[in-house]
Write a protein that binds this ligand. Structure first.
Ligand SMILES: C[S@@+](CC[C@H](N)C(=O)[O-])C[C@H]1O[C@@H](n2cnc3c(N)ncnc32)[C@H](O)[C@@H]1O
Length: 364
């Protein structure tokens, strides 16, 4: 099968998929940490920034929405909702919180975690369902795009000529493990997937000098998701926080093997095809391509920068809120948490923030 299908089954198979399991995947007892694991500060900072955005678009609207996708165990939702209830009581009654969650098992986990906010949180099984509600507000995700299936291509050179071949997954001769396979990419494939062609175009100049075996990853799942998300809001921000690159240079020498990786128990696992359903699969998000997808759908890019810089730009306003008693004070734990979120050697530079905006006059 093609690799994107393998990744989809490994992560989301309704019975055996990694994210369908009820064990903890994120945090100390799980396989990896996210910014949410740092503590409630991440959610509180997002809530503060989103509240400012909601304020700007509030005029004439009875209700505004925060909509999270990839809400996982509901922890970030609880941190954001907790902050609004405590620190923005005036905004609380006009606020709705949506969660886009295709998995019934995950929805059940989130419902349990968010019991204290019953009536406030509304679930949508898909972006298509959300679009029906035509909300105004902020649609956001943290570490969702990196977990959506990607297509993987390998540059092969024979004699002077070269071509891209697509990675697939097959069974080893002993039938007990999975191995990589490769197949030709028919010309109609490039024509059928415009964003695949755009992604390749950025590499075309370099093709004559690419070494054989060079890997290029196309974020097919993330592209499809963003294109749909771009058309869900009446007005507001579409926001993605994730690790990845914004430079649009998929061919730096150190990226020759691609960025796909597997994690289990906080260790990187050498064989990404091993143990499907039992380990996380992830890859750097190609934010340059995602930005173009949003712009093609009519969104305006408001920001694309490292997470550390983005939070840094808001810190003076957060500090002013602390001083007037409108944001929790900085104790030692929160100061440490802030350092983890913004320091370039922690999450500050590896993580990017993309904000794209739909203004009321640019409705799809
Ligand atoms: C890496 S986890 C997210 C982590 C969480 N947001 C955090 O910051 O701790 C990715 C989550 O995205 C969910 N997911 C996958 N595909 C999705 C989709 N199409 N819509 C919404 N959520 C999805 C998965 O089930 C999983 O819970």
């Amino acid at each position: 099968m093609r690799f994107d299908r393998f990744m989809d089954r490994a992560l989301y198979d309704p019975r055996d998929g990694y994210y369908e399991r009820t064990v903890e995947q994120i945090g100390r007892k799980g396989d990896f940490y996210t910014s949410v694991s740092v503590g409630s500060l991440f959610g509180e900072l997002l809530a503060f920034i989103f509240a400012a955005r909601l304020e700007e678009i509030r005029a004439g609207k009875a209700r505004l929405w925060l909509v999270e996708a990839g809400a996982h165990d509901g922890r970030l939702a609880a941190d954001i909702l907790g902050w609004f209830r405590l620190w923005r009581p005036a905004d609380w009654s006009g606020l709705d919180y949506g969660i886009v969650e295709p998995s019934p098992a995950r929805r059940a986990i989130q419902r349990r975690r968010l019991g204290a906010f019953a009536g406030k949180v509304h679930w949508f099984g898909s972006l298509a369902e959300l679009k029906g509600a035509r909300p105004s507000g902020v649609l956001f995700s943290n570490e969702l795009l990196d977990a959506l299936p990607l297509r993987r291509f390998v540059w092969r050179r024979a004699g002077g000529a070269g071509c891209w071949r697509e990675s697939g997954v097959g069974l080893a001769a002993d039938d007990t493990s999975f191995i990589w396979s490769e197949s030709e990419v028919p010309i109609e494939e490039w024509e059928a997937s415009p964003w695949l062609a755009v992604g390749r175009e950025r590499l075309r100049e370099l093709e004559p000098v690419l070494p054989t075996g060079f890997v290029w990853e196309h974020p097919a799942g993330a592209v499809g998701w963003w294109a749909e998300a771009a058309n869900c809001l009446s007005q507001g921000w579409v926001v993605a926080l994730d690790f990845g690159r914004a430079d649009g240079l998929p061919a730096l020498p150190e990226r020759g093997e691609g960025s796909l990786r597997a994690f289990r128990g906080h260790h990187q696992v050498a064989d990404v095809l091993a143990n499907p359903g039992g380990q996380d699969l992830t890859a750097d998000v190609d934010f340059d391509l995602i930005r173009r997808v949003g712009e093609a759908a009519g969104l305006r890019t408001a920001a694309l920068c490292p997470q550390g810089r983005w939070f840094g730009e808001w810190l003076a306003r957060v500090e002013a809120a602390v001083q007037r008693g409108a944001f929790p004070v900085w104790d030692a734990v929160r100061r440490r948490g802030l350092l983890t979120l913004v320091h370039p050697e922690h999450l500050g530079s590896r993580f990017q923030v993309l904000i794209q905006e739909r203004t009321s006059c640019s409705e799809p």
